[in-house]
Design a protein around this ligand. Structure first.
Ligand SMILES: Cc1cc2nc3c(=O)[nH]c(=O)nc-3n(C[C@H](O)[C@H](O)[C@H](O)COP(=O)(O)OP(=O)(O)OC[C@H]3O[C@@H](n4cnc5c(N)ncnc54)[C@H](O)[C@@H]3O)c2cc1C
Length: 411
């Protein structure tokens, strides 16, 4: 990599360990590759920005339990699951891809213990900087659970079969952001299917810090795309009532004792849990999120906190977790790692990027429509927004192109 006279000579490359190869981890890896090769970071849109003066030897280890990058969507992921080995931007001698699970991290020693899922062997990885971007653990079936593309395709097929065979309709329990998108997605998958969304509160998205008119618009659009909505009813029991051949029929009992039959039930209620069990307890809050500083560094007091970063959904920052926020955090964290590398190599003061406050922003794809909210534009909706925010694949191509994943890595 380091070939011209801008190259900083070091006894060994800086080692950066990235946990998680999704939106936040990938944007961190790509930013580091750009900057350490003396290029402007691909996410830097500052008008007068200049590329770094130096090239720096770097070795990035990117660990993910999955074998590829994909959307958090059971219905679309079959089209969008791309194995890491097939992502041109990652094919670099500066990146080592490990399919593995990070089991523990010792920040004092800067060592991670990883279970290599290919060989099933434990390994130790020494690092100079850690960027943790391992996201949230979400329950099946709202999010694909498979770790391998092949397994996933089978999982997606089974999911689709369950939807198709559900003659008594599909009930989605939980009207949060995931539940409403899942319900609408089912109407795209099988437009003829009866889809019912049951939510315990009187308003959808009741836990989100969003205005009432946004929540009401989401409800109206969902009804327009054909989703039946039951509000203000908690599901108190779900029992398998009868079986027809290999088909199970479910009966849901609501708080007012109403019974709802379903051929398939999707639970979108269970809370997402941060996947941070590999980090020391002191680095997390009581719910397992990492209370980062605005530089994305771990909270002070953790050994070597300045060399540890958390990005994406596991970090406490934005009230609403989004892909865009995750990519933004990956970029900022990697920029700040690069600044620390320059500082340690050239004895200069690091010039960090700091996260600004993140007011609630959301965009929901609801069938052939979309509803969005930003503090500037307030609530908006319409089919044109769907195309603008999600394209025709739930935003996969937009994120893919934004990260420039098709561009072969330049040395
Ligand atoms: C159903 C659904 C719909 C959504 N819709 C939208 C939307 O429309 N717009 C939007 O902006 N956002 C949406 N989101 C949120 C968005 O998906 C997240 O904000 C985003 O994925 C966060 O990215 P991340 O990189 O932090 O983590 P993730 O995307 O969760 O990725 C984490 C990665 O880390 C890996 N990993 C986890 N633990 C370990 C470990 N111990 N060792 C190694 N690897 C590990 C995982 O395999 C995974 O690849 C949606 C989420 C869901 C569930």
């Amino acid at each position: 990599m380091v070939s011209d006279d801008r190259a900083i000579s070091l006894s060994r490359p800086f080692r950066v360990l990235i946990v998680g190869g999704s939106y936040s981890g990938l944007s961190a890896a790509l930013t580091l590759l750009d900057l350490c090769n003396g290029r402007l970071a691909r996410f830097n849109y500052t008008a007068d920005a200049k590329p770094p003066n130096n090239q720096i030897p770097i070795h990035i280890t990117l660990v993910d339990e999955r074998d590829g990058f994909s959307l958090a969507s059971e219905s679309f992921a079959s089209k969008t699951w791309i194995q890491f080995a097939d992502i041109p931007a990652l094919q670099s001698s500066n990146i080592q891809l490990i399919r593995g699970s990070v089991n523990s991290v010792n920040p004092r020693e800067k060592i991670a213990h990883i279970l290599d899922l290919k060989s099933n062997h434990a390994r130790e990885e020494q690092y100079d900087f850690l960027i943790a971007g391992s996201g949230l653990r979400r329950a099946f079936p709202t999010v694909p659970q498979s770790l391998l593309k092949e397994q996933f395709l089978a999982e997606a097929k089974a999911h689709q079969r369950n939807i198709q065979n559900a003659r008594e309709g599909v009930v989605v329990v939980g009207g949060g952001a995931v539940g409403v998108e899942v319900a609408a997605e089912l109407k795209i998958l099988e437009p003829w299917q009866k889809v019912t969304l049951v939510h315990s509160r009187d308003q959808l998205l009741s836990a989100e810090p969003l205005p009432d008119d946004f929540k009401e618009r989401v409800c109206a659009v969902l009804r327009e795309v054909g989703v039946e909505i039951i509000l203000g009813q908690r599901v108190i029991a779900t029992t398998a009532s009868t079986t027809e051949g290999d088909r199970q029929i479910w009966q849901l009992t609501l708080a007012d004792q109403t019974r709802v039959k379903a051929g398939h039930v999707i639970n979108a209620v269970s809370k997402s849990v941060p996947t941070t069990s590999y980090l020391p307890q002191e680095a997390m809050d009581t719910e397992g999120y990492v209370p980062i500083r605005s530089s994305l560094q771990f909270p002070e007091g953790i050994p070597n906190a300045d060399h540890h970063f958390a990005v994406g959904d596991i970090a406490t920052w934005a009230a609403i977790k989004r892909c865009g926020g995750a990519m933004h955090m990956g970029y900022y964290a990697a920029n700040n790692v690069h600044q620390l590398i320059l500082s340690e190599s050239l004895n200069v003061k690091p010039d960090f990027l700091h996260l600004a406050d993140a007011p609630p922003v959301i965009g929901l794809a609801l069938g052939d429509n979309a509803v969005s909210y930003t503090s500037a534009d307030r609530t908006q909706h319409g089919k044109h927004l769907l195309e603008l925010m999600f394209g025709d694949d739930m935003g996969h191509s937009i994120c893919w192109n934004y990260m420039r994943l098709s561009e072969p890595c330049k040395a």
